[in-house]
Design a protein around this ligand. Structure first.
Ligand code: SIN
Length: 284
């Protein structure tokens, strides 16, 4: 690669574009199945599985799965959760996953720093400084998260040629309305190329950008992620640069979540936040 193509960055200008755009334009320019149907290919779901009620999922017969034609190996499953289910996952992320010893605010077992928390890790804990997992730095992956991952993987892999994956590590990202996540790739897992990564969104909406395996390869594509949406990265998309330039206040969030919000504390947190839970297999 020549010096000029090596330094060519097609990612950052698109990131900056969405940083500056009005919220209304972000909602229309970012791809969704309804606004940009020609960019999504419907994959019929061929499996039926009995669902455990604690996962908060709608019956599988009502789900729609899509492969994204703008990024090879990227799948999109628009919100398969009930509104009670979405509330349960927000509740777990705040009352359980954020009260761990490994969070961006240190040991948060008393939950004193909830407003400031930026991330929590579960299962094999990611070492952000050295960008590695260590096999002796591990806590139990929550059962319900492992079960959710297993169901989603079973449905997607039986309807596509996506390989299965075991939930061994999770990163929970807590976003404020002005938060961003810079362009990065996830390649610290032992077998990143063959083991998919699943990512769940709850709360306010986001523009998620996904580009190529280098920033010079292509311009990133923007996807609109709303509460309950799931994306799965497998094959070549698993090693692609991705980022979150924008969190968008979702006018429908209160309607989705509040009907079931007996716990005021949950709403007072999530009304201006977004939570992302992403799950990986670390070892092969
Ligand atoms: C990530 O790439 O680590 C998180 C993406 C997201 O928040 O949707």
């Amino acid at each position: 690669m020549s010096a000029s193509s090596d330094s060519l960055d097609l990612f950052t200008p698109v990131f900056k574009h969405f940083r500056r755009l009005s919220a209304a334009d972000c909602f229309t320019q970012a791809y969704s199945v309804t606004s940009h149907p020609s960019l999504f290919h419907h994959c019929p779901i061929t499996t039926s599985i009995d669902l455990d009620e604690s996962l908060g999922l709608k019956p599988i017969s009502s789900w729609s799965l899509y492969s994204c034609l703008f990024c090879d190996g990227l799948y999109f499953l628009p919100n398969p959760f009930t509104s009670v289910g979405q509330h349960q996952w927000v509740h777990r992320a705040l009352n359980d996953y954020a009260r761990q010893t490994k969070t961006s605010v240190g040991d948060n077992s008393n939950n004193e720093q909830l407003a400031r928390i930026r991330w929590a890790t579960l299962g094999y804990h990611y070492d952000w400084t050295n960008k590695i997992y260590k096999d002796d730095d591990h806590t139990k992956m929550p059962n319900e998260l492992a079960k959710l991952c297993q169901i989603i993987m079973q449905v997607i892999s039986s309807s596509t040629n996506c390989p299965m994956m075991q939930a061994e590590a999770a990163i929970v990202n807590y976003y404020h309305l002005n938060s961003t996540l810079c362009a990065h790739t996830d390649h610290s897992e032992y077998d990143a190329l063959t083991k998919p990564l699943i990512s769940y969104s709850f709360g306010n909406a986001a523009v998620f950008l996904i580009g190529g395996q280098t920033k010079a390869e292509c311009k990133p594509s923007p996807i609109l992620l709303q509460s309950g949406d799931i994306i799965l990265m497998t094959g070549s998309s698993r090693l692609c640069f991705h980022a979150v330039p924008r969190i968008l206040s979702d006018p429908l969030l209160k309607e989705i979540l509040c009907e079931h919000l007996d716990d005021e504390c949950c709403w007072s947190y999530i009304h201006d936040k977004r939570i992302n839970i992403n799950i990986r297999q670390v070892y092969s």
